[in-house]
Structure formats: C-alpha cells, structure tokens
Design a protein around this ligand. Structure first.
Ligand code: TMP
Length: 219
C-alpha cells in the first residue's frame, strides 16, 4: 500500500501576529497525535534559500527592485520545494511552513503593487501542481501588530521598517486571498489573547488530524 502523502499547512499574516508561537502550538498537536512533521519557513528552509533570505531582509545590501524582490522570493521557494517540501510530503511527513506563496501575493502584490498576472505566472511555473491543504491567516489590525513588533525590542528588518499603509495593503491583500480561496484558508482573529487564538487554531486543525488518523487506522 502506498504511504499517504503528508499535509501541507501554511501560516500567514503581517508582522507581529504570532506565527511562530502558533507553529509551535500546531506541532505540539501533531506530536500528541503521533503524526510526523517538519517545520520550515519562507523565504528560507534550505541553505541556499536562507542565503537569499539574508539578502532580502538586509538593509545593508543594494536594495532590490520590486521585480528582483519578487523573483528572489520565488527562486528561494523553488529550491525549498525541491529540496525540502516535496520530499517530506512524499514520505508522508506533514510540512508546517511559516509563510508561502500567499505572502508573495500579499507583500509583493498588495504591498509593492506587483501585478497579479506576474504572481500567477510565477506560481504556475514554480508549483502549479501543489497548494497547501490548509492556510491559517492570523489577522489583526496593523497598528496593534506594529506595537507587538516594537515590544520585541529587536531592530526592524527591511520589511518590518515599512510604514503602516504598506502593512494595511498587505493585510487587505491577505484578506482578499482568503476570500478567493475559502476552502483552503482559515482566518484566525489574532488580536485575541493567546488561549483564544489557540482554540481557533485547534478547532480548524482537528478535522485534518482526525482524517489522518482515520486513514492510518484503515491502512
Ligand atoms: P518573517 O518575518 O515572517 O520571517 O518573514 C520574512 C519577511 O519576508 C516578512 O517581512 C514577509 C516577507 N515575505 C515577502 O515579502 N514575500 C514572501 O513571499 C515571503 C515568503 C515573505
């Protein structure tokens, strides 16, 4: 019998919405169900893609043009898919990924104003056959999210230093994606306290876990 493919789960949202904490929460739920998983992130996830991430987030390098930024995001993604995401899914390992192509629609599309046509062409080229099974959009007002970024006390990277109107366009683009893909997206109100946020995440995740356990017991 062929091994069932793993599920591909992505987490999306602006800066400061709590993606990292929720990745940890999801992997703890998978551990409790004895489901194998890896966690990874974009841009990044392989040595080459992490090097591209360094270039993209740095404020010290030659600032990339908007098109260069878009192409570098997809170059890192192609490497990540080839070396990490696809092999894991084929083995039946779940992949929990902190950002994926929806982030390009939100940041390079909404934020920078790159056309949807360009995004669609690149998406088609890089992963026409593969979409996440489930995407959590952690959504909250941009002003509150920005205060959370400040409270970390770290230097802001090249994206984090953008202005609120940029992040409002990013948020709007994410919500538009969620509206366009209602079966894949689950919008989580990230402005609530941690316990309330995690309850929403668990409620949305549990059906997938139940499905995987049922498949396992039939195998
Ligand atoms: P992180 O802060 O969530 O680790 O992500 C790094 C930054 O990269 C974040 O500011 C969003 C940005 N980004 C894009 O602009 N486009 C993309 O496709 C991805 C994956 C991330």
């Amino acid at each position: 019998m062929t091994k069932p493919a793993g599920y591909f789960i992505t987490l999306e949202g602006g800066e400061g919405v709590g993606k990292t904490t929720n990745v940890e929460f999801i992997t703890a739920q998978l551990d409790a169900a004895a489901i194998p998983w890896i966690k990874t992130r974009e841009p990044g996830g392989t040595p080459l893609a992490e090097a591209i991430r360094g270039l993209l987030l740095s404020k010290d390098t030659d600032t990339p043009s908007d098109l260069t930024e878009l192409l570098l995001m997809f170059a890192a993604r192609a490497q990540h898919l080839d070396k990490v995401i696809r092999p894991a899914l084929e083995k039946g390992t779940w992949v929990i990924c902190d950002r994926f192509t929806d982030a390009s629609y939100a940041y390079q599309g909404g934020g920078r104003g790159q056309s949807e046509t360009k995004l669609e062409v690149l998406e088609q080229l890089v992963h026409s056959d593969l979409q996440p099974n489930l995407t959590f959009l952690l959504d909250m007002p941009v002003e509150a999210a920005s205060l959370r970024v400040d409270s970390r006390g770290q230097q802001r990277d090249r994206f984090e230093q953008e202005q609120l109107d940029f992040f409002q366009r990013v948020r709007d683009a994410y919500l538009k994606r969620a509206h366009q893909h209602p079966l894949r997206f689950r919008v989580v109100d990230a402005s609530l306290n941690l316990q309330a946020v995690q309850k929403q995440v668990k409620d949305y995740l549990q059906p997938l876990i139940d499905e995987a356990l049922a498949t396992r017991s039939r195998a």
